[in-house]
Design a protein around this ligand. Structure first.
Ligand SMILES: NC(=O)C1=CN([C@@H]2O[C@H](COP(=O)(O)OP(=O)(O)OC[C@H]3O[C@@H](n4cnc5c(N)ncnc54)[C@H](O)[C@@H]3O)[C@@H](O)[C@H]2O)C=CC1
Ligand SMILES: O=C(O)[C@@H]1CCC=N1
Length: 282
């Protein structure tokens, strides 16, 4: 599959060339799945287009006929701009165009209706929820497909997202709201946790550089251990926690402050915001 994808060198369009498009497109290139010259980036921002041109991609300020030659279109604009972006691209849609949305909270059937394809048997639309670590090949993406998406399309889209990290097909469109609350927004939670660890280290007397190095190595190390160990997470946690020791003191403090509840409520707030957006923007 990798060979055929590379041999055919499909052109890939990104409508919206901001943060997440950068993470994905550059990740696809870094993984060898496409060349910069196979990318067509549509973005009204002059500075954004210049950056992409410097990367070797073709660019345009507005949707144009070059889109018709792109096999996959990634819609990567803010949810509020999605309808305008889709309607501008629609005249260039081909029967075999595969459309992928990365927007939070916009349902696949809403997107299909804006594309004007709901009445067509060939609605080839995948909704995805990636995250920014895709930029370094360490992304986590949830995927859901409309019924017009073929097995070959699924394999293809799956291959693209697998090239930039982990990709999972979830049961349906709605489950992507949960994915948004967990892994879509999740990097920000982890960054906040890291910032807190670093500040805590500084408060305890470490210098900022050392605190950062230790915090990053700790989170990375714990994730590597968790992914490689056969022990469940609670066992790994218990193995750190000596009776009456330092970790027990810290975990007791977390519990008293309602850490777990706090995390789950934050995730629920993100998923609820996604659902709210799907109603507001439909
Ligand atoms: N940033 C993140 O961590 C994640 C973002 N997403 C989704 O990705 C989408 C994009 O988010 P970001 O990349 O963070 O936003 P961004 O603001 O960095 O990029 C959006 C880009 O779209 C361009 N744009 C605006 N209107 C346009 C139009 N009509 N046609 C073409 N381009 C247009 C803007 O100039 C901008 O460069 C959103 O829908 C968001 O929900 C999904 C997962 C994670
Ligand atoms: O904050 C947001 O709305 C986007 C979607 C997931 C991550 N960032």
């Amino acid at each position: 599959m990798t060979a055929s994808l590379t041999q055919t060198s499909p052109r890939i369009a990104f409508i919206g060339g901001g943060n997440m498009a950068t993470a994905l497109a550059r990740g696809f290139v870094q993984s060898g799945l496409c060349q910069p010259a196979s990318l067509h980036i549509i973005d009204p921002g002059d500075a954004t287009r210049e950056t992409w041109q410097g990367f070797g991609a073709a660019t345009a300020a507005t949707c144009d006929a070059a889109l018709s030659n792109c096999k996959v279109w990634f819609f990567a604009v803010k949810p509020q701009n999605m309808r305008v972006a889709i309607e501008a691209a629609r005249p260039f849609l081909q029967d075999d165009t595969l459309v992928v949305s990365i927007a939070a909270g916009l349902r696949a059937d809403t997107l299909a209706s804006w594309l004007g394809t709901t009445a067509q048997p060939w609605t080839r639309l995948v909704r995805s929820m990636p995250n920014t670590p895709s930029l370094v090949g360490a992304g986590a993406t949830g995927l859901a497909a409309l019924s017009g998406v073929t097995d070959a399309d699924r394999a293809w889209v799956g291959q693209l997202f697998e090239a930039v990290g982990k990709a999972v097909w979830v049961r349906d469109d709605e489950a992507l709201d949960a994915v948004t609350g967990l892994s879509g927004s999740g990097p920000a939670y982890v960054f906040l946790f890291l910032e807190s660890l670093i500040q805590g280290g500084i408060d305890l007397g470490l210098d900022a550089v050392q605190a950062r190095e230790l915090a990053l190595a700790t989170v990375q190390g714990a994730c590597t251990l968790a992914s490689q160990s056969e022990d469940p997470l609670h066992t790994l946690r218990e193995k750190v926690t000596s009776k009456g020791g330092t970790t027990a003191a810290a975990l007791g403090s977390f519990e008293a402050d309602g850490f777990e509840v706090m995390v789950r409520r934050a995730m629920a707030a993100a998923a609820e915001r996604a659902r709210q957006m799907s109603r507001e923007l439909a």
